[in-house]
Design a protein around this ligand. Structure first.
Ligand code: NDP
Ligand code: MG
Length: 383
């Protein structure tokens, strides 16, 4: 039977690669969504002929509707339109490749409509972890990781019976463009410097998060929710070559790793074809071409965002949501040249001050916390 997918965030780095995987695998595309990239989504509509497309920006959606009036693709608008696409009949799997908290409601809409969810949008699970997991359980659908580290762990866990022998997870980190630098050296770095990632080509927000290592902090929280392990059971190791995508360790100290070239189409495809494996458009890994694999301890002092995320996930409740939203705001300010690199951690940390202690929380609590964390960051900047 032909598989059909919906791609949320289809015009982004992961979205475009997802459509490439879908095309090569012969999947149908039910719906696609973006924020405001009218031209890019128009080209995708003409190529993939989805039943529907949505832009969250209302003016852009209006423009798109006129442009594709000849195609038969229904054009929807706003966050509701994106959620309607996420829940649309026809798709077996929905890949959420939206960036930021904006991907949370569409992820829940997909799951509530009983779609398997291939999740690239780590902010959704970081901010709404228990809500996403509950919805997945209630709907009886699969939650498939797309993030390369989590796909690696997911793949390693296939080789392990569900027992108590799992000791820890080891997340690898490329270390980003500022690996080995001191805080002094990072004082004056710019967004342009931070956008030069050594091993991965990604969207702007995650590239900045990689430079500050907030991305690895998000991944620590993501791993805690996806795999049900405590934060203390998750180690981070810097591995510059991005060939080993992560590892798991058992209580007999046997360690399993997943390796591959650094191309997101491998984890994207596995999430879309699981439990099957399809031939890949990605080139084979040649260990002899790579030659050397290196490993370092992360520098928690220089990259204070790592410690902030560890503290947030250890405190639990709304703390991960709060630091995520504070980071979304700080990351934007840094990209706009309004704050320095070393201010990122400083501003994100202010989120702890506004987070209510609420071990059980609702979706409305997440959005209240989002608002409060963003406002606190802006306030802190004025102080
Ligand atoms: P991009 O910035 O390249 O793409 C983001 C996509 O989301 C675009 O389609 C964009 O539309 C859409 N979008 C942005 N804002 C909104 C909004 N408010 N409502 C609806 N849609 C919106 O990001 P990436 O592809 O790099 O990353 C996507 C997600 O995947 C992130 O959560 C990231 O952390 C995660 N991820 C990415 C990896 C990578 O290699 N890139 C690796 C692992 C995880 P538009 O074009 O109109 O702005
Ligand atoms: Mg990753």
């Amino acid at each position: 039977m032909k598989k059909n997918i919906t791609v949320l965030g289809s015009t982004g780095s992961i979205g475009v690669q997802s459509l490439d995987v879908a095309e090569k695998a012969g999947f149908g595309v039910t719906a696609i969504t973006a924020n405001s990239s009218v031209e890019a989504i128009e080209a995708q509509i003409r190529k993939f002929r989805p039943l529907a497309a949505a832009l969250s920006d209302a003016a852009a959606a209006k423009d798109l509707k006129t442009r594709v009036a000849d195609t038969g693709t229904k054009v929807l608008s706003g966050e509701e339109g994106v959620c309607e696409c996420a829940a649309m009949d026809g798709a077996d799997t929905v890949i959420d490749a939206i960036v930021g908290l904006a991907g949370l409601k569409p992820a829940l809409a997909a799951v509530n409509a009983k779609k398997d969810l291939a999740l690239a949008n780590k902010e959704a699970i970081v901010a709404g972890g228990p809500l996403v997991l509950d919805a997945v359980k209630k709907a009886g659908v699969k939650l498939l990781p797309v993030d390369s580290e989590h796909s690696a762990i997911f793949q390693c866990l296939q080789a392990s019976p569900p027992n108590k022998a799992l000791k820890k997870l080891i997340l690898t980190a490329s270390g980003g463009p500022f690996f080995g630098k001191t805080r002094e050296e990072l004082k004056n770095v710019t967004a342009a410097d931070a956008l030069k990632h050594p091993t991965w080509a990604m969207g702007a927000k995650i590239t900045i998060d990689s430079a500050s290592m907030f991305n690895k902090g998000l991944e620590l929280i993501e791993a805690h929710f996806l795999f049900g392990v405590t934060p203390a059971q998750i180690d981070i190791v810097v591995h510059r070559e991005s060939i080993i995508h992560s590892l798991i360790e058992f209580n007999d100290h046997s360690v399993l790793a997943q390796l591959g070239v650094s191309d997101m189409r491998i984890p994207i495809q596995y999430a879309l074809t699981y439990p099957e494996r399809y031939p890949s458009p990605v080139k084979e890994l040649s260990l002899t071409d790579v030659g050397t694999l290196t490993f370092y301890k992360p520098d928690y002092e220089t990259f204070d965002c790592l410690g902030i995320c560890r503290e947030a996930v250890t405190r639990g409740g709304l703390f991960p949501a709060a630091v995520n939203s504070a980071n979304e705001e700080a990351n934007r300010l840094f990209r706009e040249g309004k704050i320095g690199f070393l201010q990122l951690g400083e501003l994100i940390r202010t989120a702890f001050e506004i987070t209510p202690e609420k071990p059980d929380f609702t979706l409305a609590d997440v959005y209240d916390t989002d608002k409060a964390a963003r406002a606190r960051v802006i306030d802190a900047l004025r102080d």
